[in-house]
Design a protein around this ligand. Structure first.
Ligand code: F6R
Length: 363
């Protein structure tokens, strides 16, 4: 993959600090680079876990899907929402929508199993007699699901939730398919795994900067606020994931939005940015399946903002939407981990999130 840039060449011909493992390893005590490298294997394992998940018949016809989760545990719900063939919604909070009832396929997803918002949403969905399923590595939610006899997909713990995207996402997609809310062909899974394996080689630390698009993009985005734009459908959800990965991994502000909606409001914000301010950079997530009208919107928008901001563009690969989404998602994982290492921060550390959770637990 090449990262195309509107201004300067992003394709660096020089090696960088990211090619010197002795230099960056000191900032990665928890092994986030290793988790990223292992992601294709995680997806393979997640598919096996999903296939082995004993999913009972449901009594009511499923009319919609709701996924409750927070942060890294909600990201799989976003992808399901983008791919679903029935109405699908992601709930990030304590309460569930009024329409949740016996016809709702309801997923409660929490990697730790201890996230209070997700536990509250789980309990509310049980009270409404929704068809509830749980994905977790254990914790209180795992214990409740076991006690309640709620179908449970127990995924491995021991690594940060945001590095467990395969475990938190693929069982959801599998179960949604089982209940008629989604269709994924066998070939889609294979294509996804093959693409991810190739990408791990291409974007991993062993591949030097001149041949590594993830390192190049991380270098290009050093010291700016990245604004990530996708388009309605899968890349909009991937744009949100990039934004949150910049926040949690690199510890920098980042924002996301999507086409075509950004053409109706956010585009105006760029009028107020000084030419060459250098404070921001734009990353466009392009999908080969985007419509000609969306492509035209990207091109016109580029012509409107290119004097104000550096624009980097990356394209999805793959034939099926699942593979294309996972591919772009995975690139974001690498870019944001490399951004952290370039900034000399531990990509695993999430001190403010921990402090918040601890403070709340005392109230
Ligand atoms: C940490 C992370 C967070 C958590 C979130 C919810 O890696 O990604 O966004 O996912 O605080 O916690 P869990 O996933 O345990 O329900």
């Amino acid at each position: 993959m090449r990262v195309s840039s509107e201004r300067e060449s992003c394709g660096s011909s020089e090696t960088s600090a990211l090619d010197d493992s002795a230099a960056w390893r000191q900032f990665d005590p928890e092994g986030m680079v290793g988790f990223a490298s292992a992601f294709p294997r995680q997806c393979d394992r997640a598919l096996q876990l999903a296939d082995a998940w004993a999913l009972p018949a449901v009594s009511a016809e499923i009319s919609e899907v709701v996924v409750a989760g927070m942060g890294g545990s909600a990201a799989g719900g976003d992808l399901l929402q983008a791919l679903a063939e029935k109405p699908a919604f992601v709930v990030r909070g304590y309460e569930i929508p009024p329409y949740v009832g016996p016809g709702t396929l309801f997923f409660a997803v929490s990697h730790s199993g201890d996230t209070e918002e997700t536990i509250s949403a789980y309990e509310a969905a049980k009270e409404r007699a929704a068809a509830v399923l749980v994905v977790t590595s254990g914790g209180k939610l795992g214990a409740k699901a076991q006690a309640d006899g709620t179908p449970l997909c127990l995924v491995p713990g021991g690594q940060p939730p945001r590095t467990s995207f395969g475990y938190l996402c693929l069982p959801l997609l599998h179960a949604a398919q089982r209940y008629g809310a989604l269709s994924i062909a066998e070939g889609e899974r294979e294509e996804m795994l093959t693409l991810l394996e190739g990408a791990a080689e291409e974007w991993g630390p062993q591949n030097p900067t001149p041949e590594n698009a993830a390192k190049q993009l991380a270098l290009a985005l050093n010291d700016v606020v990245p604004i990530v734009y996708g388009s309605s459908g899968v890349t909009a959800t991937v744009a949100l994931r990039w934004k949150t990965q910049f926040n949690e991994n690199a510890k920098i502000p980042s924002f996301f939005y999507s086409f075509p909606e950004m053409n109706h409001n956010e585009i105006m914000g760029w009028e107020g940015v000084q030419q060459g301010s250098g404070a921001f950079a734009v990353v466009l997530l392009r999908d080969k399946a985007e419509s000609p009208r969306i492509s035209a919107r990207f091109e016109i928008t580029k012509s409107l903002i290119r004097d104000k901001v550096a624009i980097y563009e990356v394209w999805s690969r793959g034939n099926h939407p699942l593979a294309r989404a996972m591919y772009l998602n995975y690139l974001g994982d690498w870019v944001t981990v490399y951004s952290a290492l370039l900034r000399g921060v531990d990509p695993a550390a999430i001190q403010s999130i921990k402090t918040l959770k601890q403070a709340l637990s005392k109230i």
